[in-house]
Ligand binder design. Sequence first.
Ligand code: ADP
Length: 426
Amino acid sequence: MEKAIGDRKYEEAVEISKAIEDEGYFINLVLDDKVVYISDEYEVNLKDIIVYDVDEIVIDEPLETYIIRSNLGEFNSIKLGDESSISSIRIDPIISIEEQNNLFKEDRQFTMKLILMVLLAIIGSVVLTTSLATYITVGSIIKPLELLQTGTNKIMAGDLNFSLNYDKDDAFGEVFSDFENMRKKLLDLRDHQVKYNENRKELIAGITHDLNTPLTSIRGYTSGLLDGIAKTEEKQVYYLEKINSISTEMSGLVNELLDYSMLDIDSVNFNFVKTDLVEYFKDCILELEKEYDEKGMKIEFYAEIPDKVAYSYIDLIHFRRVVLNIFNNSLKYKEKDLGHLLITLYEKNNFYSISFKDDGIGITRDEVKKIFEVFYRLDKSRNKEIGGYGLGLAIVKNIVSAHSGYIEINKDYNEGLELILTLPKV
Ligand code: ADP
């Protein structure tokens, strides 16, 4: 139970003041308008004193302590003596009312300032967040869109030699990577188109050249006959034989051209048969070695196949053409009186590779890419007066790719030519 303080003696009032002081407050105790107690540090700490209003001093009876309730909260004081002996106690504000008001004013101003600052901080952060969001929006949406638009405009203007660098890993990353793929595909397509057109032009130039030369010869021989230059029967027969061999040669060229075009436009029907390549080449050598031996070419075959069998799908007719074209080239471009052609069959993952290594005139590194092109004949071959139209290897390449295989040249082999033909395993 709590009750208000009654009258107390002067000493007891001082005692209470000291007790309050012990709680950490500076006391200026005025009793009946007389200062009866003042804290030692009162003057010194005047500026630092916390102003408080004592609302109520009550006695907590069971504990017999003062409870001082003020604007600073509630705190306890010392044990009481006889409560009836107290007269009056006043705990004054330790600074004047005016000062106190000033302080409150300052306090209010400070609070106002604080509120203003908080408000400003809130407004500032809202503005900052908004601008940041705008910046991020501009950066993350508008900029990539602008970049894409620039790319699209370039493509529309026919410029494909650029690259849109976008290294961010966001939703646009995928769009940019698709855009890049599209640009590269278009570039490949255009390069392919350009190359295709160039090839066509070269092809027409090649056909014109290779048909024109024999035609000129035929015309020369026929004019000779018509003009009566070939006076003797012997000479006439010679002229006629020439015309005959040239036309046979021309017919060979036309046939090869026809074969090439048919393969080129995918108009050839293939009849693939599961064949053991070990057996196939063994038979091939058995059948052809004598003939080639007589022409000055020794052919050998080795199978480096642990299983002894190497199955692949081949079209027997067209594959024979491949083999013969390669054999004939090794023969045509041999250097020594007795040339050598070494055929080795080996496994390469899911494929079988057949290496054709000869010791002929070989080709230079620059010529590597060209020899599979139509009508391509290396200068040294042209000079050598060897028959051929530069169609053989182009036909070989087309046939091999129809077998889902590929043919390449070993660039590092320089004692002749090494062709490596690769076919899928069955
Ligand atoms: P060609 O009818 O002229 O022989 P190919 O397409 O078969 O046409 O070959 C193209 C060119 O590649 C040949 O003209 C020749 O210069 C070169 N070539 C092909 N095979 C060989 C080889 N075994 N050794 C050296 N050069 C070769």
